[in-house]
Design a protein around this ligand. Structure first.
Ligand code: ARG
Length: 245
């Protein structure tokens, strides 16, 4: 009986260890690696790479911890940080008033925009032309949230940004609203699509941290400050985004 109880106790310990956030040697990053150039699977190695990965790796280094990446659906990223399954969320995450009610954000590390992709010959030339259209977005993103306000529009929500692009290329929808840098990557991979000049919204990206984790928030902010001042942040961004596009 004693042995049995012992086994139960150790099994419970293993389960609870697995359920709570990483030990202090690790920095667990929740992400959705469908978002080039911020996070995506490298074609050859299949490893998750990108701007967010390198920034968080540098932050982990500053904190003396090892970065561990957890890839998941985009709409799970914030909840996994809130529930403590991950320490940080880094997924080209836009700071919004609504999200700030449930989570903290670090100081911003990038500016971004939601842009509109259309097929050549489209009659959509400004955001106002989206009224009444069929619009593709990635589920749970700011593109999804803000597009809800477009009058008479039908929203098609996809799990991955590139699935929205595929639907657009196949003529199933009229436009896609998505972040500017992934938009450039997707358009470069698909003939016959382009980004209209006027952006839909302007935003800032930051790292998400649980509300009660002020220590980590301070540490991450200090690390970001260092990376900005040393030029390391620019170096990482320039590696993935060339100045001329
Ligand atoms: N910036 C947008 C947002 O925060 C989209 C981010 C999508 N990121 C991703 N890794 N799929 O809602």
């Amino acid at each position: 009986m004693k042995k049995f109880l012992c086994m139960v106790a150790s099994a419970l310990m293993v389960i609870s260890l697995a359920a709570c956030t990483s030990n202090k040697d690790e920095l667990v990053m929740a992400t959705n690696a469908e978002f080039p150039p911020y996070e995506y699977h490298d074609d050859e190695t299949q490893k998750i790479v990108g701007i967010d990965v390198e920034i968080c790796d540098a932050i982990a280094n500053e904190l003396g911890r090892k970065l561990v990446i957890e890839d998941m659906a985009f709409d799970s990223v914030l909840t996994s940080v809130q529930t403590g399954k991950a320490d940080i969320g880094a997924a080209g995450l836009t700071i919004t008033e609504d999200r700030l009610k449930n989570i903290n954000f670090s100081t911003p590390y990038a500016t971004a925009a939601q842009v509109i992709i259309v097929p050549e010959g489209s009659d959509i030339t400004t955001p106002d032309d989206l009224v009444g259209k069929k619009i593709g977005v990635q589920l749970g993103t700011t593109g999804d949230i803000y597009a809800e306000d477009i009058e008479d529009a039908t929203l098609e929500r996809y799990n991955k940004g590139f699935e929205a692009i595929q639907a657009l290329a196949q003529g199933k929808i009229d436009a896609v609203i998505i972040d500017n840098e992934p938009a450039k990557v997707f358009v470069s991979q698909n003939d016959g699509l382009y980004i209209i000049d006027e952006a839909f919204t302007y935003e800032e990206y930051a790292i998400a941290i649980a509300k009660d984790n002020d220590q980590l928030l301070n540490d991450v902010n200090a690390a970001i400050k260092k990376l900005k001042e040393s030029g390391k942040l620019d170096e990482i961004v320039n590696k993935y985004i060339s100045a001329d596009n």
